[in-house]
Design a protein around this ligand. Structure first.
Ligand SMILES: C[S@@+](CC[C@H](N)C(=O)[O-])C[C@H]1O[C@@H](n2cnc3c(N)ncnc32)[C@H](O)[C@@H]1O
Length: 245
């Protein structure tokens, strides 16, 4: 049970509330998630799917035949994922409960890293550090896909003027705040949130050494109407580790 999502104005057929008050899992992929699944089809090394909640994206990747390390802060949600797999899938799905920032894979040991919808829980320095880790873990030609919420959502639109002011002043992380924002739909109990834009995700990937294949805004047309704004509610980035390293 989750009081926020029990409220009909926040409920949605595609939402499954997380067990640890970290928002909801989606049972649909956007174009960034889909691009990763398509990529996973031709990988030779395992891929890491991080912050998976109950693992909808993990199951889509498993359908491609790839081997997946599935990570989340919540061991309970990973257990539910594991219980829902076939015996064959279980052999290709290695559970890695805990903080993704503390994971340690051998350099060059992964073909891909997927991080859908949890970068908004991180500080700027944490984002920089973990993107560098992704770069190290990936083999040359390996791919990273990240999505994150933006300031341009109906949910927290009272934050937009402050965001734009801080961006215009040249702040490195204008979307990070520890203020309690009165969000449309109710106050979420969060110590902080970090709204991102494609340009910032792109900057961080390039800084780590990635070539950026794609970066852009994402609309959330199926979200509750008052959560939407103008089609820029989410953003994503796809990076490739250069082959000639
Ligand atoms: C909003 S849900 C997104 C779930 C799923 N990736 C999706 O797109 O539907 C965020 C998930 O990320 C997890 N998470 C947040 N910070 C994390 C971290 N540092 N390491 C691992 N998982 C994290 C939460 O536990 C939660 O399950």
């Amino acid at each position: 049970m989750d009081a926020f999502y029990d409220d009909p104005k926040n409920s949605n057929p595609h939402f499954k509330p997380t067990l640890n008050a970290h928002g909801h899992m989606l049972d649909v992929l956007d174009e960034y998630g889909e691009a990763f699944v398509a990529f996973a089809r031709n990988t030779t090394k395992p891929v890491a799917d991080l912050g998976v909640a109950f693992g909808f994206s993990t199951k889509e990747i498993l359908k491609t035949g790839a081997t997946v390390y599935a990570n989340d802060l919540s061991e309970d949600m990973l257990k539910e994922l594991n219980d829902s797999l076939t015996e064959e899938e279980r052999l290709r799905c290695i559970l890695k409960p805990g903080n993704a920032l503390e994971l340690d894979f051998e350099p060059g040991s992964l073909s891909g890293v997927l991080a859908l919808r949890w970068f908004h829980f991180l500080t700027g320095p944490e984002i920089r550090e973990v993107v560098h880790k992704f770069f190290t873990w990936l083999e040359p030609g390996g791919k990273v896909v990240i999505t994150c919420s933006t300031p341009y959502s109906g949910r927290a639109k009272s934050f937009i003027p402050e965001y734009e002011e801080r961006k215009a002043a040249g702040e490195e992380w204008p979307g990070f705040t520890t203020k309690q924002i009165q969000e449309v739909g109710g106050l979420l109990k969060r110590e902080s949130f970090h709204k991102m834009e494609p340009v910032i995700l792109e900057r961080e990937l390039k800084l780590a050494g990635f070539d950026v294949e794609k970066a852009g805004f994402l609309t959330r047309s199926y979200y509750p109407a008052h959560w939407q704004l103008d089609g820029r509610e989410y953003c994503g980035v796809i990076g490739v580790k250069p082959k000639n390293l």
